[in-house]
Write a new protein. Structure first.
Length: 546
């Protein structure tokens, strides 16, 4: 941050605007503008009226910090070495892709919107680039002819470089999947990735593509990703993806690594392919005998400063003895009980409606007992309702009625037996229950990444307007590159004792602005940083040390 400094030379005061910069790792004062002695400085202040000044300011902190991280990781060098050489408008492909990554982190938008955002930042000044050449066509061509194999190599090389510099915990890693809807036309046969499937954002009317991602447990650093067809289920993808890990994870050691994943990947074939240790959720319906263990037999353990009821045992699953940990959650119990009561109410209302139809002379509904019984069974098809709602058809010569009662004792028995329980299985018999639960729950780091990747403020993979498999893969590579840079920046800040979320960190840094001040009739301008608050000052000091 620039400051006004006074120096005494042979008893005479001299004034200058000075900014501290690091040269070869050491801070050095750099004179931005020299004002001369006190008399000349005073005359300058008197003559420099506001109406003669031009002032412009630009967002600086976030892009500047991310550029420093990219420089430290040698991102452009890595991309130059992996991708085929291509230059457009005197800009190398590696720099163009880095710019895409910066936009995805700071202000996700289309390539048509890039220049408008770019000109609000100090990037043109920091990188010496003319904004006008950064058109959507420029980026479209720079993203071309990059293969999937090259993207994987670039991603793996960047991960290796990160782990050479930073001490991320690598023994516990998380795997999860998500999908992204697109507006790719149904008539577009060039894009095989975009298919219709079960969309997690409820847009089943649109084509989608899917992503499997592995991250570190610590801070959610992306390690390796895989983009695949939107109509492929998690179990199928797990089998394909698990075999890539041994070639892609740096320093792969199955005896050390513990893979954490969700229950959607579970089947016997997939479990046979796992070489590493594992922790995963598992369906209790496949181990129904565990439902018989009463809550009174559970014991409490502390996980992430909260007490959790657990029961631990060993059970043979798919031919192998596995550690089973049952957990009980009051919040989950309350939610499931609420849903059950709602289903009871819905079923009762439907039975009343059926009664009204049976006794309505204008109704054409069949009044044969077999048909009525079939309709009742359809109403009672919701989970557990057949056991709780006891029904009887009462037929006489005049009135047909369906009588029912709610078996409250049965409802309470079902709730106590089934609700609030979850099951984890693992081969980590040597770990404590607390460590197993904590490792599994830390998997939420990857879920936060997926939420962020669908948030319009930072990191968003959407909007994306690419309609070929190749461009979609490059687009997601750039998005994950931006996320990696932001994660490393957060790591640098945390190493200096500042614990702050990525989103808040970027918002704080984006408010650090650099100003240019000059006379209207002059070509020379002085640039200074705007005044910062305490948090921004601390963050800025960290950035200067990178």
């Amino acid at each position: 941050m620039a400051s006004l400094q006074r120096r005494m030379v042979k008893g005479i005061e001299y004034w200058a605007l000075v900014e501290s910069k690091r040269i070869n790792g050491k801070p050095r004062p750099i004179i931005i503008e020299y004002f001369g002695n006190t008399k000349n400085f005073a005359e300058k202040l008197m003559n420099d009226r506001p109406e003669n000044k031009v002032l412009k300011s630009y967002s600086h902190g976030d892009t500047y910090a991310l550029l420093k991280i990219a420089d430290k990781l040698r991102i452009e060098n890595i991309l130059d070495n992996v991708f085929k050489s291509k230059t457009r408008n005197d800009i190398k492909r590696s720099r163009s892709l880095l710019l895409i990554a910066l936009q995805r982190v700071c202000s996700p938008g289309s390539k048509n919107e890039f220049v408008d955002w770019f000109k609000t930042t100090t990037l043109p000044y920091e990188m010496g680039l003319n904004p006008q050449v950064l058109t959507s066509q420029h980026f479209w061509e720079q993203m071309g002819d990059i293969t999937e194999a090259e993207l994987m190599m670039a991603e793996d090389t960047i991960t290796k470089r990160v782990l050479e510099i930073y001490d991320f915990e690598f023994e516990k890693i998380a795997l999860d999947y998500t999908n992204y809807f697109s507006y790719i036309s149904s008539m577009n046969e060039k894009c095989t990735l975009a298919q219709r499937g079960h969309n997690k954002q409820k847009r089943n009317d649109l084509r989608q593509y899917s992503m499997a991602l592995i991250t570190t447990k610590e801070m959610g650093l992306p390690i390796c990703s895989h983009i695949y067809e939107g109509n492929t289920n998690d179990q199928t993808e797990f089998y394909q993806y698990i075999n890539l890990l041994k070639d892609r994870i740096p320093n792969y050691d199955p005896d050390v690594i513990t893979l954490v994943f969700d229950g959607g990947s579970n089947n016997k074939k997939n479990f046979d392919e796992i070489e590493t240790h594992y922790i995963c959720s598992f369906s209790l319906s496949s181990c129904k005998n565990l439902y018989e263990i009463d809550i009174s037999k559970y014991s409490e353990v502390e996980v992430n400063h909260k007490m959790t009821k657990t029961y631990r045992c060993t059970q043979k699953i798919w031919g192998k003895e596995r550690e089973c940990i049952l957990t009980f959650s009051n919040a989950l119990y309350a939610g499931q009980l609420k849903e059950l009561n709602q289903n009871i109410t819905k079923s009762i209302n439907e039975l009343k409606e059926l009664n009204d139809k049976l006794n309505n002379k204008k109704s054409k509904i069949s009044k044969k007992e077999d048909n009525i019984q079939e309709r009742i069974q359809g109403i009672l098809k919701r989970p557990h309702i057949k056991e709780i709602l006891e029904t009887r058809i009462n037929v006489d010569t005049v009135v047909i009625s369906i009588e029912y009662i709610v078996n409250k004792a049965k409802r309470d028995e079902i709730a106590r037996k089934y609700f609030g329980k979850k099951l984890l299985i693992t081969d980590r018999a040597d770990w404590s229950t607390t460590e197993i639960l904590q490792t599994y729950r830390d998997q939420d780091c990857i879920e936060k990444i997926f939420r962020a990747s669908k948030d319009s403020e930072h990191f968003s993979i959407r909007p994306q307007y690419h309609y070929t498999d190749q461009k979609i893969r490059v687009h997601i590579f750039c998005c994950l590159l931006g996320l990696t840079l932001a994660t490393i920046l957060q790591k640098e800040v945390l190493n200096h004792g500042i614990n702050i979320a990525k989103k808040q960190l970027l918002n704080k840094l984006s408010e650090i602005r650099r100003c240019w001040l000059k006379n209207k009739d002059s070509n020379q301008a002085a640039n200074v940083l705007e005044e910062m608050d305490n948090v921004q000052s601390q963050l800025w000091d960290v950035i200067q040390s990178i």
